[in-house]
Write a protein that binds this ligand. Structure first.
Ligand SMILES: [Zn+2]
Length: 180
């Protein structure tokens, strides 16, 4: 759809990167080791919004871990993505606290397939992801997974599901390849 194509995907390389990351990133694992992990394909919108806006842990809602390198983020990796450019990556996954960051890769099948641990100095809220509807009088079908930036003229036409932040001044702390 032209409306969504014009919003945030000017750079085809970034486009692919974000779409891939976002679709995988949305599998966030909660639960505990003892109670049996609960895997959610997507955080509940209310929970995502609370954690993302407040920079709280995606799993347990404690404040996200911070140190001199910035805030802690764990993102799943796709395939053999060791040369992945993580500066400026846009994500709908909230950060994590230290204790969940240590447990999550063991409990979460998506993270077990490979993940990267980042420290992030800047994580500006840049927009939302949600369903973008055609303007009145326009033809076309709703786009169920559109990234709409806050300064976009499309903003009034989106039903947001997720808050999206852009991660900058990132430091890669560790890469973990898939455990086979
Ligand atoms: Zn936590």
């Amino acid at each position: 759809m032209t409306t969504s194509a014009g919003i945030a995907y000017a750079d085809p390389v970034k486009d692919a990167l974000h779409r891939d990351l976002d679709s995988v990133l949305w599998v966030v694992c909660g639960g505990t080791a003892t109670g049996g992990p609960a895997y959610a394909a997507e955080l509940h919108p209310e929970r995502q919004k609370t954690a993302m806006e407040g920079l709280l842990c995606a799993v347990c809602k404690a404040p996200a871990a911070r140190d001199e390198r910035g805030m802690l983020w764990i993102l799943p990796l796709l395939d053999d993505a060791t040369d992945l450019i993580l500066e400026g990556v846009r994500t709908a996954v909230p950060p994590m606290c230290q204790s969940c960051a240590e447990k999550a890769p063991r409990l979460c099948p998506v993270l077990r397939d490979g993940h990267v641990e980042l420290r992030v100095h800047e994580a500006e809220q840049i927009g939302v992801r949600g369903t973008l509807y055609p303007r009145p009088g326009e033809h076309g079908t709703p786009d169920p997974d559109a990234l709409v930036l806050y300064d976009s003229r499309d903003l009034p036409f989106v039903v947001a599901r997720q808050v999206v932040r852009e991660l900058r001044r990132t430091t890669v702390v560790a890469f973990a390849a898939a455990v086979t």
